[in-house]
Design a protein around this ligand. Sequence first.
Ligand SMILES: NC(=O)c1ccc[n+]([C@@H]2O[C@H](COP(=O)([O-])OP(=O)(O)OC[C@H]3O[C@@H](n4cnc5c(N)ncnc54)[C@H](OP(=O)(O)O)[C@@H]3O)[C@@H](O)[C@H]2O)c1
Length: 263
Amino acid sequence: MDSLNNRTALVTGASSGLGAEFARQLARRGCHLVLVARRADALARIASECESQGVSVTVISHDLSQQGAAEALHSEVKSRDISVDILVNNAGFGVHGYFMSQPLARINDMLALNVVTLTQLTQLFGRDMVERGHGHILQVGSVGSFQPGPLYGAYAATKAYVLSLGEALACELRGTGVTATVVCPGVTATEFLDSAGQDGKMSFYQKMVLMQADEVVRQGLEAMLAGRPAVVTGWLNKLQILALRLVSRRFAARAALWGMRLD
Ligand SMILES: NC(=O)c1ccc[n+]([C@@H]2O[C@H](COP(=O)([O-])OP(=O)(O)OC[C@H]3O[C@@H](n4cnc5c(N)ncnc54)[C@H](OP(=O)(O)O)[C@@H]3O)[C@@H](O)[C@H]2O)c1
């Protein structure tokens, strides 16, 4: 395992799922942490797990879907004199169901978190990294970044944005010492499906491709450290993305609708 001794990583959405696992695996590599999410109690629990690895952990409870959240977080981190070497833009959520039936307020919050705050954090912390001449930016995309996602239409569109921005950045940042990587997980065992409104139900496709968070995070961190622009986690997900190159987007959308119907 590569050492990240005395580096500092800021992980958004670190109170559960992939974010909590990013925190654990980064701590095991000797990386100090800034953990951000809304649930302070859950963040405190993850923080004490990570501190047992001998790293220092700062917890910041913040709602990142609020306007101005990125600037406020960046200022708070600066005021604590912390330099962020690794930004893990992980916080995000989906909204499940037919788009026309989805609550607009929930879609607004999702766009604010998955797209607006992610973009602003990338620029604010990314500029600091470029000035220092080193750093890593890791964005969490999705298999949904690659295709239209019926029943997760607006969510998949946010993840298409994340992949597009991330790959463009990886190209622009060449030679700066800063890398940009997008990790694209498929369905992973976290709180995601419940918070999206699937109410404990999963489709046959979702059960078939389900991965565990530790493996997704391991593959994401390896890709980041290798400076790869993007990685799709898991061989079944990789196969799906390869297959997409052989069919029309219209067919891919119809197949996705079929695959996402719940049991
Ligand atoms: N699990 C999957 O199947 C899957 C597949 C592909 C991509 N992803 C992506 O993976 C990332 C992590 O999701 P997960 O699967 O780990 O789901 P999760 O267990 O639900 O975690 C989501 C995290 O985001 C945080 N968050 C949500 N709203 C927030 C807000 N307004 N402000 C700050 N933090 C907020 C949550 O913390 P609080 O509630 O404490 O704020 C939580 O820590 C997301 O970007 C998701 O889109 C997940």
